[in-house]
Ligand binder design. Structure first.
Ligand code: 5GP
Length: 189
């Protein structure tokens, strides 16, 4: 997606050989026009699937997932990373190790919002080693729902998550795939 690649080149900061900071348009400040285009692009990529729900992970997946939900007219659920007094009872949970924060946390979704038979599109901001997506896939499986595809805004193709998921038969649609990056240059696939 050219618009997204331009944003990454213009506003992304390579913090280390493996970490890209995109706080200017996705992870802190949100470029709503770009997110709208991202939602439309995901809808185009997944136009052949009959999804019933969209599932993401708080917080940075919410903007792109919501835009897709708006285009497709579908509910958007975000897995919670923190336990809350209002999130109790019948939960679907998985353990996810965060690549950027280097902490392991439990993600949870209420069974009220994900049912057996749901056809789910999983959305996230980044794909690195695939931990977050694997956690979301586990939540979908526990609900006896089906993951019909995974939509990623930025995949770092030099990390192993995308390859592993695709090798396991998961359909992954990434709007930008970075093959390599350093402080001077970001190369896209
Ligand atoms: P994974 O679980 O695939 O290893 O990593 C994906 C998750 O870690 C995403 O939900 C995202 O929040 C975070 N992440 C991974 N790599 C990056 C990165 O380079 N930049 C930012 N901002 N977040 C990342």
């Amino acid at each position: 997606m050219q618009l997204l690649q331009d944003k990454i080149r213009d506003f992304g900061n390579v913090l280390s050989p493996t970490v890209l900071k995109v706080d200017a348009f996705l992870n802190h400040q949100i470029d709503a026009a770009l997110m709208k285009a991202v939602g439309e692009e995901f809808a185009e990529r997944f136009k052949d699937v009959q999804a019933t729900k969209i599932l993401t992970l708080e917080s940075s997946g919410i903007a792109p997932a919501t835009m897709l939900g708006l285009v497709l007219g579908l509910p958007v659920i975000f897995a919670r990373k923190r336990k809350s007094l209002t999130l109790s009872g019948n939960l679907l949970s998985a353990t996810v190790h965060s690549f950027t924060k280097n902490v392991t946390s439990e993600i949870s979704v209420s069974r009220d919002f994900l049912q057996a038979g749901d056809q789910v599109i999983i959305i996230d901001d980044f794909l690195a080693n695939g931990e977050a997506v694997r956690g979301l896939l586990s939540v979908v499986a526990q609900a006896e729902a089906t993951a019909v595809g995974v939509g990623i805004v930025i995949e770092k193709g030099f990390q192993h998550g995308g390859k592993e998921l695709r090798d396991n038969g998961v359909r992954v649609e990434s709007l930008a795939i970075i093959d390599s990056m350093d402080t001077d240059h970001i190369r896209f696939r």
